[in-house]
Every structure is written in C-alpha cells, then in structure tokens.
Design a protein around this ligand. Structure first.
Ligand SMILES: [Zn+2]
Ligand SMILES: [Zn+2]
Length: 353
C-alpha cells in the first residue's frame, strides 16, 4: 500500500490553487476551513473517521473534502487536486518567466489581522513554499476602518507575532524571513497614518492613497509628493487607485501630476509599486513607462489578501517586461539584507533596524 500523504497539506494546496485561479471565496474557505478544523482533531481520529466514513458528520466537512482526505490517506493525490494542478499553469514567455524567477520576495501582503483572509503564519508558509526568500507583511493602518486597520497597539503586538514566526522558521532550518511592514494610508495632508515610533521599527513601509481618491490634481499631487518626501516611507502603493474589473466594480484613476510624483520618488529614492492584483494592475502602462523614463525604481508586489494570491507576481512581471523595466530597477530582485539596507537608507536620523 502506498504511503499516506498529508491530507491537510493537500486541502491547503487545493485552496491555494483555487485562490490563484480567482475562484469564489466560499469555495476556497470550504477547503481552508476544513484543513483548520481537521487539524484540531485528536491524534488518530482523522484516520478512524476516514475509514468509518464519518468525516462528513463534522460540521463544515462536505463530500468533496471528505473524498480528498480519504484519497490522501490512501496515498493517492486527490482527484480534485490533480485536476486543479493540471490546469493551473500560466503560459509565460521566456522573458517574463526570467523576471519572475529573479524576484526573491514580495513587499505587499495582508493577513486576517486587517482585511486578508488567512492567518499570518499561513501567508508566510505559502510564500516560503512558492520559493520566496521573504515576504513583507503589510496590514492596513488605523484610519482604514473598513479594512480593519491596525491600531498602534495591535501593530506592536503583531511585531511580536512576526518575531515568533521567524524564530519558528529558524528552528526548522528554513532561511525564509517574514519582514515587518505596513500599508500605511497617505492622509489628506500627505502625512502617514501611524506613529513615527512604530514606522521607525518596521522593515518596509508601503504608503498608499485609499481615501479622497477624487481630490483635485493639485491636491493629490501635493499629497503624494509630501508622502514621498517622508523618510519613513519606502514604496508608493498602487499609485492611481484605479479598479479595472472585479467584484468592487471599476474606478477611474486618481488625477495627479505624474511627472512631479515620479521626480519626487527619484529624488528621495523611493520605489513605485507595480501592483499585480488583476483588478488593479496599477500603474497603467503609460505611467509605468513614464516612471521608467524618469529614473524610478520599482517593486513588483501582489498585494495578496490570501495565500493563493501570492502567486500573482507574474501579472506584474508581464507589465514590467512590456514596458521595458530592467531587473536591476526592481528592488525585490535584491536579497533581504540589501532590500533592508535600502529602506534603512531613507531614515538617516532615527535609528531603524
Ligand atoms: Zn491598498
Ligand atoms: Zn494592500
């Protein structure tokens, strides 16, 4: 008889592939929820129930999930998983695949501490499994209440959790690092929505506009340039705020003087994010080309709100290649130490890790 597989790992892999393929949230939740629930069963009960056919007596475990578990325990790759794996590939040209391969990490991702769907450790584990050397955890800031932005106290608490998770990786000999961070709101006056003390403690600070997206161009430009000049931020997230598709509907680009904004990014050596979310794909290509000509540097990020979305980097890579952005302008091609040296260079006066 073949050796049993890990049924919980198979369920999580299914959830990952469904998320990556942009499937409905409830379907993803069914598998992720089942994995979490079954992981809490007393030793041996999973196998006993699988044999007796009583897995579906547990609330939240349906026929499909139960069948996957049984197949897994029998040492077979679940049929459901096999079909997903067989259709999961994304056709990338060689150049895009090369750039994707050169990326060592992702600088923008959310957990269920703000508006993400999964716990921090699951996001970290998924990032490690797809081969990242690091992931920056960037949950939202306090004023973004709709996304359950983190208060200063909660963020401070999160830093301890991240330290524990990293200790766990080190203990099992993995070199993967979860870096601390935030997606901090750029407020109406261009200031950042978190205390200086906390921003100083973070490895990477992504700053984004999430409110008053219809500000007049002069106002929006001033707002963004002020933020870029702030030594406590490193990366300008999804600069136009546009939504081009998806459940939240569409939204036009915010209007601002892109040349002035990109010049400020160059002056202060900040990165312009190439956001890989299918509904954002921000900046639009004409602005991406403009930023490149201006001399900007970039990060290609997923802005993942679930583990499977960590695999969306290829979207950003395709756009970078299309616009001629060379790998040496993309900061997440750097090893973690070099990335951190760059973020630390923005904060010369205050002490920063
Ligand atoms: Zn955002
Ligand atoms: Zn985000």
């Amino acid at each position: 008889m073949p050796e049993a597989r890990d049924p919980l790992a198979d369920l999580r892999r299914i959830a990952f592939l469904l998320e990556r393929a942009h499937e409905k949230t409830y379907r993803v939740r069914a598998f992720r929820g089942a994995a979490a629930k079954l992981g809490k069963l007393p030793e041996g009960e999973l196998a006993t129930r699988a044999q007796a056919g009583t897995l579906t007596d547990i609330a939240g475990i349906g026929d499909v999930t139960a069948r996957c578990v049984v197949e897994s325990l029998n040492g077979e790759e679940p049929v459901y998983l096999r079909r997903l794996e067989a259709t999961a590939g994304q056709d990338l040209d060689a150049e895009t695949a090369g750039l994707l391969h050169a990326l060592r990490g992702d600088c923008h991702a959310h957990s269920d501490w703000s508006d993400g769907g999964s716990p921090i450790d699951e996001m970290a584990m998924a990032a490690a499994q797809i081969g990242h050397e690091y992931l920056v955890l960037t949950d939202h800031s306090p004023r973004l209440t709709v996304a359950r932005g983190l208060s200063a106290e909660r963020l401070a608490e999160q830093l301890d959790v991240v330290a524990d998770i990293n200790a766990g990786f080190a203990n099992i000999g993995m070199s993967f690092r979860l870096l601390t961070g935030i997606e901090v709101d750029i407020l109406a006056d261009g200031s950042l929505d978190q205390t200086d003390e906390l921003l100083d403690r973070l490895d990477v600070v992504v700053a984004s506009v999430h409110s008053s997206l219809k500000d007049e161009p002069e106002v929006m430009t001033r707002r963004m340039v002020t933020a870029l000049a702030n030594p406590r931020m490193d990366i300008l997230g999804h600069c136009t705020g546009r939504l081009i598709t998806g459940g939240r509907g569409t939204r036009p680009e915010s209007r601002f003087d892109a040349e002035a904004v990109f010049a400020a990014a160059v002056e202060h050596d900040k990165a312009i994010e190439i956001n890989s979310r299918p509904e954002r794909l921000d900046p639009p290509k004409r602005l991406l080309r403009l930023a490149l000509e201006a001399g900007c540097r970039f990060t290609i990020d997923t802005d993942a709100h679930a583990p499977g979305q960590l695999d969306w980097l290829a979207n950003g890579c395709e756009r970078a290649i299309a616009c001629g952005v060379p790998a040496d302008r993309i900061l997440n091609t750097l090893p973690a130490e070099d990335l951190l040296a760059w973020t630390a260079s923005h904060q010369k006066t205050a002490s920063r890790k």
